[in-house]
Design a protein around this ligand. Sequence first.
Ligand code: SF4
Length: 83
Amino acid sequence: MRYTDQVKMPMAYKAVVNKDVCVSTAACVATAVNTFELDQDGLSSVKKQNGNTDDLILKAAQGCPVNAIPIFDENGKKIYPKE
Ligand code: SF4
């Protein structure tokens, strides 16, 4: 038996919402609706990690007007926002 295909593991970004900073625009929900939702206080929260592709999750974070969504890679390194 031969194994010739190399399996590429997908990146797995982790999103965190800083509710102290969130101003309830819902932009992140509009961009990545399977990952973010607004809670009962109207603040964003992560309803399902990796509910969307990494690209969409990063796009949602980049679209947050107050940078309330830091993104970490699978090793815990902060991807966004850059410091
Ligand atoms: S885009 Fe930012 S400010 Fe708007 S709901 Fe999401 S986390 Fe809150």
